[in-house]
Design a protein around this ligand. Structure first.
Ligand code: SF4
Length: 251
């Protein structure tokens, strides 16, 4: 008992100060890319997911919903910033085309009123590789402790406010995903976590997958990444429920 208390005192308080202080990101962290639309098309042949393409104006753009942040385009009109706040509530917000980006506040008063103090999540892995699932699990550890914000995982969709979907939606999981969504009481929200859930990611075009949630379920929050960093996901969830994070920069 004495040893346990000693260890507890020695360890101190381990939950990180985020979001009141900047998250400590690894030196090789790749955040939201800054794109030169006049140059980035030179990287299009290097991109394994077709995330770089030409817009209607003939200039280049990068779709974060497809990007797996492999870095192959870096230096070809694309530079990765330390901006970890990449969650958006509209699909168009995932297009990086050189226009300034600022994280979008939750403007839906209904969501804020309903979820401002808590969010119960049922996670569905729809053919995921376990990377997004593991990094979402990290939010439940004492380092990130999403329970501080009232955000919790629940076992049954009947107890959930929303589904957090990972994976490219494999054909085998399609029916189960739809049933799970139908079991969530209205109004139910859907969060697409990671490139696969948003667009199919590396698996887009494979006949065994549906290529993400588009056309299957309406999405209320998109969190890009492969997988999204825990700071990116937690900040997006906190912002989604209408709580403000300090406008801090990553350290
Ligand atoms: S970092 Fe993203 S946009 Fe760049 S090459 Fe890799 S997948 Fe394509």
């Amino acid at each position: 008992m004495f040893n346990a208390l000693k260890a507890r005192l020695f360890q101190g308080y381990r939950t990180n100060a985020f979001p009141d202080a900047p998250p400590k990101l690894p030196a090789r962290f790749r955040g939201r890319p800054e794109v030169d639309p006049d140059r980035c098309m030179e990287a299009a042949p290097l991109c394994p997911t077709g995330a770089i393409r030409q817009g209607a104006d003939g200039r280049g753009m990068l779709d974060l919903g497809r990007c797996i942040f492999c870095g192959k385009c870096s230096g070809h009109g694309v530079a990765f910033s330390l901006e970890y706040r990449m969650g958006v509530m509209h699909r168009e917000g995932l297009i990086a085309d050189g226009t300034p980006f600022s994280p979008e506040e939750q403007r839906n008063a209904g969501i804020r009123a309903l979820c401002g103090r808590s969010l119960k999540i049922r996670q569905v892995s729809a053919g995921g590789c376990a990377a997004c699932e593991l990094d979402f699990n990290v939010l439940g550890t004492l380092a990130w402790d999403m329970g501080r914000f009232g955000i919790q995982v629940v076992a049954s969709p009947r107890h959930a406010d929303c589904l957090l979907v990972t994976g490219p939606v494999s054909c085998n999981m399609l029916e189960a995903l739809k049933k799970c969504r139908a079991a969530v009481p209205e109004p139910a929200f859907v969060i697409a976590c990671g490139a696969c859930a948003i667009s199919g990611g590396l698996y887009a075009g494979n006949p065994e997958v549906k290529g993400g949630l588009e056309g299957i379920l309406p999405v209320d929050l998109y969190v890009p990444g492969c997988p999204p960093h825990p700071a990116t996901l937690l900040e997006a969830l906190v912002r989604f429920i209408g709580r403000r994070c300090k406008d801090n920069q990553a350290g």
